[in-house]
Design a protein around this ligand. Structure first.
Ligand code: AHR
Length: 499
């Protein structure tokens, strides 16, 4: 048994948590839209063809915002294909994923779905094959009340009220050679700036996200952010970050310590933003939209065998194991530890495609990663506190020595709640965690929720949907405001207190 200590106090704050860090993502990809959220032939379909079983789980997650419609898909997308009478909508090739897009669902239907799911829409414009003009057209169609050609067209399509989408991505992963219409940093930075200016001329209330790097491993990482922001700093609000962690390749110690890698990535991007700020003598701070993050690798081999040019194949259908849930828990903790800079984040994605929710003809179920996402979204609202961790280290091949404990405390004074999220990613040793909670007066321990399993590769499937599910731990004690919590090896934990 090892020992660890956390030091926290209500006045030592990182920052207020923007609820949008619990966002997610639906791309026209695989069975995310067709079969995932929309399936008119399903017994679960509502009057619009949306799956009720999916909606129930999405609502349970309290997802505040969903990015749409891509992803790589958006870089070849013509939004006009997806509006107006369904029977007139074209079938198109989608070059990003080598499939057929039928356009049965477009932005109006997605907006309806988002309302039912209780979430906002984060729209992306195509800056791959398209430019300023089409982005402004899309904004006019979506956000102007009426009296212009495109806003009246929306009204003709049955949407009298403007959608009022506030958050917009200026393209997607434009640094990636795989992207349709891939650009150099300078080309993209100029285009992002001109698009941002024109969009703001039309609707000054929009918030705009410029594309950062697709990951820290990109050869252009760093220079990309500095060059892009050098061009569009004054006209955008956020820079995007994307990060997927791949195969552990038998090295679970390194895999589970990837929170440390993500932490460094965020720090680096924030520093680059501030370098451009200093260079420009600007008073404005660019914040981060971490709009794609997750584990992604399980499906890569099977995806190579899929047929091309079909509708909604089973693409990117990762079946997540318990180990992935632990890392997703750590990634959420890392986002919270940067609450001062990360204002938006999207778990990529939401349904069927590298997703916490899976569907089949017989229903929807929760993957392992659903649970850390659920509880962090539910209980991680308020103020992130500086969380000083004194814990033994684990040696890892990829990251060197890393503390075995990832943790963050979230204080919600209004609700009288203190919630501590903690992952013990030591593979063999349990941890006794001590916290002096006297700075919070005389708190009560409400519950200790835990995800723990000896088998890192246990999964939830259609036939065994609850193989990995949360348990209540009874081994934590609170005496005179001193907490001793028992965190088993390989465990994700939530300690909830009433203040
Ligand atoms: O989320 C899957 C894909 O990952 C997205 O389309 C793309 O932006 C990223 O490379």
């Amino acid at each position: 048994m090892k020992n660890a200590k956390i030091t926290i106090a209500p006045d030592f704050k990182i920052g207020d948590i923007d609820r949008r860090i619990y966002g997610s993502f639906i791309e026209h990809l695989g069975r995310a839209v067709y079969g995932g959220i929309y399936d008119p032939k399903s017994p679960f379909a509502d009057e619009q063809g949306f799956r009720r079983d999916t909606l129930k789980l999405v609502r349970e997650l309290e997802v505040p915002v969903v990015r749409y419609p891509g992803g790589n898909f958006v870089s070849g997308y013509k939004w006009e294909d997806g509006v107006g009478p369904r029977e007139n909508r074209p079938r198109r090739v989608d070059l990003a994923w080598s499939v057929i897009e039928t356009n049965e669902v477009g932005l109006n239907e997605f907006s309806d779905w988002a309302k039912k799911a209780g979430t906002d829409v984060m729209m992306a414009v195509n800056l791959g094959t398209r430019g300023v003009s089409e982005a402004v057209d899309l904004l006019e169609y979506c956000n102007l009340p009426g009296g212009t050609y495109l806003s009246d067209l929306r009204r003709c399509h049955g949407y009298a009220d403007p959608h009022g989408f506030k958050l917009w991505c200026l393209g997607n992963e434009m640094d990636g050679p795989w992207q349709t219409g891939h650009k150099t940093a300078f080309e993209y930075g100029r285009l992002a700036n001109e698009t941002a200016k024109a969009m703001r001329d039309l609707d000054p209330s929009v918030e705009l996200v410029a594309c950062g790097s697709s990951g820290p491993y990109m050869s252009t990482f760093g220079d990309w952010e500095a060059t892009v922001l050098g061009e569009c700093y004054d006209n955008v609000d956020y820079i995007s970050m994307h990060r997927y962690y791949g195969d552990a390749e038998g090295d679970s110690a390194s895999f589970l310590a990837n929170g440390a890698d993500m932490d460094m990535f965020i720090t680096d991007v924030a520093n680059i933003c501030d370098y451009v700020k200093a260079r420009r003598h600007s008073k404005k701070t660019i914040n981060i939209s971490f709009d794609e993050w997750n584990v992604w690798y399980h499906s890569q081999e099977q995806d190579k065998k899929l047929p091309r040019w079909v509708r909604a194949p089973h693409q990117l259908e990762d079946v997540y194991d318990f180990q992935d849930a632990l890392l997703v828990g750590s990634m959420l903790i890392t986002l919270l530890r940067h609450a001062d800079r990360v204002k938006i984040a999207c778990l990529a994605q939401l349904v069927n495609v590298i997703a916490p929710i899976m569907t089949s003809d017989t229903g929807a179920w929760r993957q392992t990663i659903y649970y850390p996402y659920l509880y962090t979204s539910k209980y991680g609202r308020g103020t992130a506190l500086q969380t000083l961790i004194d814990a033994p280290v684990v040696e890892t091949r990829q990251h060197g020595p890393v503390p075995c404990l990832d943790a963050v405390a979230v204080y919600n004074e209004e609700r009288g709640e203190l919630n501590i999220f903690a992952v013990n990613h030591d593979l063999t040793e349990d941890l006794d965690l001590n916290i002096d909670l006297r700075p919070f007066g005389a708190p009560e321990l409400v519950e200790h929720i835990m995800l723990h399993d000896e088998d890192l590769h246990a999964v939830n499937t259609e036939s065994a949907p609850d193989r990995i599910s949360p348990q209540l731990s009874t081994s934590s004690t609170l005496t005179s405001s001193h907490l001793t919590a028992h965190l088993p090896h390989k465990s994700w934990n939530l300690l909830r207190f009433k203040i």
